[in-house]
Design a binder for this molecule. Sequence first.
Ligand SMILES: Cc1cc2nc3c(=O)[nH]c(=O)nc-3n(C[C@H](O)[C@H](O)[C@H](O)COP(=O)(O)OP(=O)(O)OC[C@H]3O[C@@H](n4cnc5c(N)ncnc54)[C@H](O)[C@@H]3O)c2cc1C
Length: 376
Amino acid sequence: MSPIKHLIFAGAGHAHLFALSRISEYVKSNIRVTVISPGTFWYSGMGPGMLSGTYADAEDRVDVERLVTYQGGKFLEDRVSEIVPHENYVLTESGKKLEYHALSLNLGSAVDDKLVEPGTQNVYPVKPISNFLRVRERILQKADSPEPLKLVVIGGGASGCEAAAAAYRLSQEVARPTLLTLVHSSHQVLDEHPRRARKIMQEWLDEQEIKLKLGSSITRIENQKAFLEDGTHVSFDIAILATGVRPPHLLKVSPLRTAIDGSLVVNNFLQSVTYPNVFGAGDCVSLENQELDRVGVHALKEGPVLHHNLLAYFNGLAMKRYEPQKRYLLILNLSDETGLAIWDRLAIRHPLAFKLKNYLDLQFTTRYQKTVVEKG
Ligand SMILES: Cc1cc2nc3c(=O)[nH]c(=O)nc-3n(C[C@H](O)[C@H](O)[C@H](O)COP(=O)(O)OP(=O)(O)OC[C@H]3O[C@@H](n4cnc5c(N)ncnc54)[C@H](O)[C@@H]3O)c2cc1C
């Protein structure tokens, strides 16, 4: 048998979950596996539903530590702080140096929080997804106060609209007077989506008691106030930040080739174009010559290809190409038991859209939760 090789999975997100549920296959191929992750897996599609109360937090997560360790892998609760690909090692925040034969990066993306002054409290970015639970707890904590609750959502893209809908639903359920403001820099919400989707979302928002500030950019967030470019401000008890995502900075400062946005450039085998023993998938990568939306659909579809290619890399077998689908279905949970389904230029708001999303999301998470129980 060939000598033991070491594979490091950095991050335990949507793109790695498939491979992490099959760690026993690596172990059988004489590959030692270490997974470095600061925490457990949270499924993004159900995050807003966790805020509104549609889902319990346990329904939205998968215990990756158990998943990994019961199959013979090692789980390290830590973060990669530096990648040194020319010497095949990574450093972690806790000060460990880990050498590898192959490295797979699934570091996700973070919400740009440069507008938030250091030390500012009660501002929750939509990533990590566990923040939706923190916002829920915070709203519930304030439920007994006689003053109206002031909530602001900054960003009117898909995740900002879902977050606003979920927060609105929760505040109605706790029967608490709430001033909810949605601020968006463009003149239309969902401005990166088709016209029909924008129109439906706008009409839905107009029907709710949600104050819209469109065409207004936030310049600074400080002392429970979000300042707008015209000098006015929105005061808040809780702010949700949904201002778009960017890949983690540690990629940009590494010797790996990165794209303009700082994501790792990979070929269709999901392999770094400069270091072939470094792989990557999900929001933290860009395919060379092709732009990808930062959606979980790509991360999830890349998962099986990545798993195949990592095994193929070690075993000297042919790798598979990841060919991204051109169109994909996106369903926004409006937290009123309807969903806004968007497919290409088509969009519809309907209870069946929510039912379909609910079915697909629960099917996905329960499959992995069951694997944990079975392997455990
Ligand atoms: C509210 C919301 C709802 C969404 N809904 C949908 C949807 O319905 N459909 C859809 O297609 N997309 C949706 N998305 C987009 C989707 O969340 C992302 O595209 C998806 O999470 C990307 O998956 P990933 O595997 O790249 O990253 P993630 O699943 O975010 O995983 C990245 C992991 O890396 C870890 N990590 C970060 N830094 C380090 C480090 N230095 N060292 C080690 N680990 C690290 C993180 O802890 C995290 O666990 C939604 C996004 C949001 C915010």
